[in-house]
Design a protein around this ligand. Structure first.
Ligand code: ATP
Ligand code: SF4
Ligand code: MG
Length: 328
């Protein structure tokens, strides 16, 4: 349904050109959840913004690639056509609901407006739909609360309202950028469960951007791991957890506590992500990689096919995979 091909995005900064996205390719089908994982600054949000057409531009600029939605390239279609698709068929959920919602409009009115504008409903019908939707995302006493303003809701409830806004027009695809990171841990789980439930019910595609591996294991079908603006591993969740095919993924897995590997030590990945103005030659991960060899410093690894539906941008993916299977 959505296919991103070789996407490139640059930012002009005082220090030079920051290459934030360097040839990202990924895809998501109807009813599928793709998790996008990676450290801060790896280009997750910028990729999402370029796909949605909301990139801060300037300073940002898409310098190459295609974003195919049902076969049509969002990057080259007319602005009007794209705006319509974005309203009806593609929706986005942001981390910070408070800044994404209109502070001077009641939440009932904001939701109703979607139906009035996009579906030509009467105000009355639209209001009724809005309340039904608030009910659907489990806002207690939805009818009364429809008259409240965003700041009158708790963080978790506001995030539910964001989900309701995104779902209102029953889009084909939702991109959720760290939708729960601003919330308490228990509330995070509730909101994520709700999102996963609605995604199944509406058979939507979902791109879930997160740095929380725990969340990924529960809700995603596939994972794209990003490093320095590239996808370095792309795999079904179960396969990736069983044995990663990229040392960076291996490092991420080892840096979080896992229920299935109790008692093992946690290791943070050594070093820092590279400056995007000056990405290392060869494999961008080589300065931090425990498996790096000479070839890694000179030759950039392409995404090698590892198995059907699985790829890794590592010269030594086979060795990494074997080591993971052997439990080391
Ligand atoms: N408005 C901007 N101006 C200049 N550079 C930017 C801008 N937005 C993003 N960048 C650059 O793009 C890089 C990737 O940013 P992005 O927001 O995609 O990271 P991310 O993976 O979403 O990280 P996080 O987990 O912190 O949200 C940043 O490190 C920064 O160098
Ligand atoms: S290509 Fe080399 S440096 Fe890069 S991840 Fe693989 S082993 Fe490490
Ligand atoms: Mg981000």
């Amino acid at each position: 349904m959505l296919e991103v091909r070789d996407l490139h995005v640059e930012f002009r900064t005082r220090d030079g050109v920051a290459k934030a996205v360097n040839g990202v390719s990924c895809s998501v089908d109807a009813g599928e959840t793709l998790a996008v994982l990676g450290e801060s600054g790896s280009g997750k949000s910028v990729t999402a913004q370029a796909v949605m057409g909301i990139l801060d531009s300037p300073p940002g600029r898409v310098t190459g690639g295609q974003v195919l939605f049902r076969g049509q390239d969002l990057l080259t279609m007319g602005a009007e056509h794209r705006r319509r698709l974005r309203g009806d068929r593609l929706a986005m959920i942001f981390q910070d609901a408070l800044s994404a919602l209109n502070p001077v409009l009641t939440v009932g009115a904001q939701l109703a407006e979607m139906y009035e504008v996009h579906q030509g409903m009467t105000r009355r019908d639209a209001r009724a739909r809005a309340v039904a939707l608030m009910d659907r995302v489990r806002i207690p006493a939805a009818k009364d609360r429809a008259g409240d303003y965003p700041h009158q809701f708790s963080g978790g409830m506001r995030q539910r309202i964001m989900i309701a806004m995104a779902l209102a027009l029953e889009p084909d695809l939702i991109i959720a950028d760290e939708p729960t990171t601003a919330l308490d841990v228990t509330v995070q789980a509730q909101v994520m469960d709700l999102l996963a439930e609605l995604q199944r019910e509406f058979t939507m595609g979902l791109i879930l951007i997160t740095h929380d591996l725990g969340v990924v294991a529960d809700v995603a079908d596939r994972i794209a791991v990003m490093y320095a603006g590239r996808v370095v591993e792309n795999a079904p969740v179960r396969d990736l957890y069983a044995a990663p095919a990229h040392p960076y993924t291996q490092g991420l897995l080892e840096s979080v506590p896992r229920l299935d590997r109790k008692g093992r030590e946690l290791h943070a990945i050594k070093g820092l992500p590279p400056s995007l103005v000056d990405i290392p030659p060869g494999c961008p991960f080589h300065p931090r990689c425990p498996r790096a060899r000479d070839v890694c410093r000179t030759d950039r690894p392409p995404l090698f096919p590892v198995a059907p539906g699985r790829s890794s941008a590592c010269h030594f993916w086979q060795e990494t995979l074997d080591a993971g299977r052997g439990g080391s």
